[in-house]
Every structure is written in C-alpha cells, then in structure tokens.
Design a protein around this ligand. Structure first.
Ligand code: MD6
Ligand code: FE
Length: 206
C-alpha cells in the first residue's frame, strides 16, 4: 500500500491498496453478491450487447436496455432488490473517498479475456460532488483516461489486482475506459478474468 497515490489527470490511483488476503476475501464477498444477483450482459440503447457482464450491490444497480441507461432498485431478471454492499468494500470507500455520504451503488463488472469498456463518462448520478471509487481484482486492465469531452489526448495505465482509483473533483466527469485485459496476469481467480467494482452515490444531496 503506497502512502500517497499516483495522480493521472486528477484521478488518484492507490496501487496495491489491498493486499492478497484482502483481495481474496473481497472476491469471496463478490461471489456471494453474484450468487444472489446473477451477472448479466447489458444491452446498450443502440441494441449492442456489452462485452462486460454486470451485477450490483446496494440500494441501486445500474442497468441498460432498449429503454436507455438508468439506476434501478431491482435486478432486471430476478426482479428482487440488490444484495447489500459488502463491509470489505464499504471500508475502501470510508478510507479513500473523502466524502460524507455512503455509496448507494456498487457496480460489479466482470471482464473475460475478450471484454473491454469503451470510453465513457459516469454521469447518471445526481451528486457529482461525490467521487466514484473503483477497485480492481484479478487480471490487469489497461485503463485510459482522457478529457471532459470525447476525443483528444489520453493517458493510459495498467490497473492491477488490489489497485483502487478515486475519480473526484476535476476527474469526476472525465472520459475513461478499459482498452483490454492482460490474460494470465493474475492468479487470484482460478479461471482468470478481471472484476472491477465501482462505488457511487446516486441520489441528490439532501
Ligand atoms: C474498469 N472503470 O476499471 C472500469 N469509472 O473496469 C470505470 O469505468 C470507472 O475505474 C469511474 C471511476 C473509476 C473507474
Ligand atoms: Fe466509469
């Protein structure tokens, strides 16, 4: 765990924040989440299946279908509320968010060796003063961060298992994505793959 983060375009990157044991325990907590709220492949409003599979914990999950992107209080297939955000994950928010409100969504993204995530902004939330905190587990992912509008120069960095990214302030609305996964770069998950957890405050401030 570094004493200070790497800063990339205003995003704080805490490399190795979670040690191997903490990563294993968190992964087990996430297995419990996805057993109750199965991973699914969202369909974009344009009708394309995303390559990432998703689930969520907390009051809200982020869902996408032909009706558009939104936060929902129910899993789209089971119709039941999302599981609670695990304490292990909450502890990372408490340590690194610097924010007084708790996260209301822990989005769970699972990447197989083929999956990627295109450049996007996280802007479906209603409190942009709250950062988004992201936790990486498993294989490395090539993170790219750019600007407040699409296009222009970008910077890239490999995110490893146990790394935590905090996107707040100037970085909160920057475009970012995952270009590719590096298969075989971690032994955390026996069958490979990458899990990314993103914690968000969804509702407006009181
Ligand atoms: C990922 N991360 O690492 C995708 N969003 O798989 C994100 O989309 C992200 O890392 C907001 C803040 C930090 C992130
Ligand atoms: Fe994002």
């Amino acid at each position: 765990m570094g004493a200070s983060p790497l800063i990339l375009r205003g995003a704080s990157i805490w490399q190795g924040w979670l040690d191997r044991d903490a990563q294993s325990m968190m992964l087990q907590d996430i297995r419990d989440v996805v057993r109750k709220a199965p991973l699914l492949r969202p369909i974009t409003p344009r009708g394309q299946a995303m390559s990432v599979r998703m689930s969520a914990a907390g009051r809200f999950g982020w869902v996408s279908d032909s009706g558009g992107y939104r936060y929902s209080e129910q899993h789209p297939q089971t119709g039941t509320p999302w599981p609670e955000i695990p304490h292990s994950v909450m502890a990372v928010w408490t340590a690194l968010s610097g924010y007084h409100r708790p996260p209301e969504c822990c989005l769970v993204n699972f990447y197989d060796s083929q999956a990627r995530m295109g450049m996007h902004q996280d802007r479906d939330e209603q409190d942009f003063d709250a950062p988004v905190v992201s936790i990486s587990l498993g294989e490395k992912g090539l993170f790219r961060i750019g600007n407040h509008t699409r296009g222009g120069k970008t910077d890239s960095l490999w995110l490893s298992s146990g790394d935590v990214v905090v996107m707040g302030g100037d970085a909160r609305l920057r475009y970012h994505g995952i270009d590719r996964i590096q298969p075989g770069s971690s032994t955390l998950m026996p069958n490979g793959g990458r899990v990314n957890l993103t914690l968000r405050v969804v509702t407006p401030p009181a």
